[in-house]
Design a protein around this ligand. Structure first.
Ligand SMILES: [Fe+2]
Length: 371
């Protein structure tokens, strides 16, 4: 049994200049980033590389349509290295452009076309939550299926995951909050996953510990206190990525995918909306799961009784990233009715990492309770 692996080499630089000196970005590079990062960090320094700004092609999270547009735009661009500097969406796109055949993306994601690596891949996170720099997963919104799908393939591991805490200094608080919450959710879901091992549990618990200690600082001293611990948040995001790349995400992520796809709810917001309700379902439907061990761990971190741990956790999260019901994002009850069969058909890879298997009725109840 293979219980643990970390594939990318991990590099750590205090400053972005150290990264550019090490990697000497040039004309054979395809650089994928967003406009703000390009303007802030390197537009004047790196002029020779081909630059892709995904939001120039379509709005929102990456989709199969966006991949098609970018692919057509760079059809005659020769590149042998893909460098992504950005959040999870940027890295999801970059992983695909390191492959030999990229389109049609649906064929790739449904495995009728094999994923074959043909370029080097360097991933630099500028948020502190997806852990995508360390995983072999790319998530894409499939327009025709009205949901996100994940492609997991070892051909998409980066050659280098590069951590540069300086890049987080310009991350606005709202993005910081949703990305760090995603890291927390990765820690929790990977810890509870039936695929967890003693090795993954170390990373899951450390992720939870680092994010919650930071959140307690924010609750006590305000949002700017995050600047004292940006390196910790960045590490927590990567630790969470290591945990999910080995033990997987579960029900919370499965239920979040159609919300991101159909209503463009940012991923961290979608998992935030579902988080506590799903954990309470675990308490109810999987009383023998590892949740009881987790609540013991949380009670130590949060200085409360075990039976109060989930309530205390929710209150702390609320101070950092307030709960927003789904209707505030434009979701309608009629939409939610269609989701449960969709989840059971398309998200089995995530559902198998849930401590219990929800029925259609149960999935519907979860959505309604956060509506
Ligand atoms: Fe996530």
């Amino acid at each position: 049994m293979n219980c643990f692996s970390v594939r990318p080499n991990i590099l750590y630089f205090d400053h972005f200049d150290e990264f550019t000196r090490k990697f000497l970005i040039g004309p054979k590079d395809l650089l994928i980033t967003n406009q703000k990062i390009s303007d802030t960090w390197f537009r004047e320094k790196i002029k020779t590389a081909a630059l892709i700004i995904p939001s120039d092609y379509s709005e929102g999270e990456p989709s199969d349509q966006m991949i098609e547009y970018i692919y057509n735009d760079i059809l005659y661009t020769a590149y042998d290295r893909v460098i992504a500097i950005g959040g999870g969406s940027i890295m999801d796109i970059a992983k695909l452009f390191s492959l030999k055949q990229i389109t049609p993306a649906l064929d790739l994601f449904q495995k009728s076309v094999p994923a074959v690596r043909s370029r080097n891949l360097i991933l630099v996170p500028t948020t502190c939550g997806t852990g995508s720099e360390i995983t072999n997963i790319s998530n894409l919104n499939m327009i025709s299926l009205h949901t996100k799908l994940g492609l997991t393939d070892d051909s998409m591991y980066a050659d280098y995951a590069v951590l540069i805490p300086e890049l987080l200094k310009t991350l606005p608080y709202s993005y910081f909050a949703i990305s760090s919450f995603d890291a927390l959710c990765h820690g929790v879901e990977s810890y509870l996953s039936p695929a967890a091992t003693p090795f993954t549990e170390l990373y899951s618990k450390k992720t939870i510990d680092m994010v919650l200690r930071g959140y307690m600082d924010i609750a006590a001293h305000g949002p700017d206190s995050r600047f004292q611990s940006l390196d910790n948040y960045l590490l927590a995001g990567t630790y969470g990525g290591i945990a999910i790349s080995n033990a997987g995400c579960g029900l919370i992520h499965a239920l979040a995918h159609p919300l991101g796809s159909q209503f463009r709810i940012p991923h961290g917001q979608a998992v935030r909306a579902l988080f506590t309700t799903v954990l309470k379902c675990y308490e109810k439907y999987a009383p023998d799961s590892k949740l009881c061990i987790l609540t013991g761990y949380l009670s130590d971190l949060l200085y409360c009784a075990r039976e109060d741990a989930l309530e205390r956790l929710e209150a702390l999260i609320q101070a950092v990233l307030p709960f927003q019901p789904l209707h505030t994002y434009g979701v309608r009850l009629t939409d939610l009715r269609t989701y449960a069969p969709n989840i059971q058909n398309l998200q089995q890879k995530l559902l198998k990492n849930s401590p219990y298997q929800p029925t259609l009725k149960n999935i519907d109840e979860i959505y309604r309770s956060v509506y």
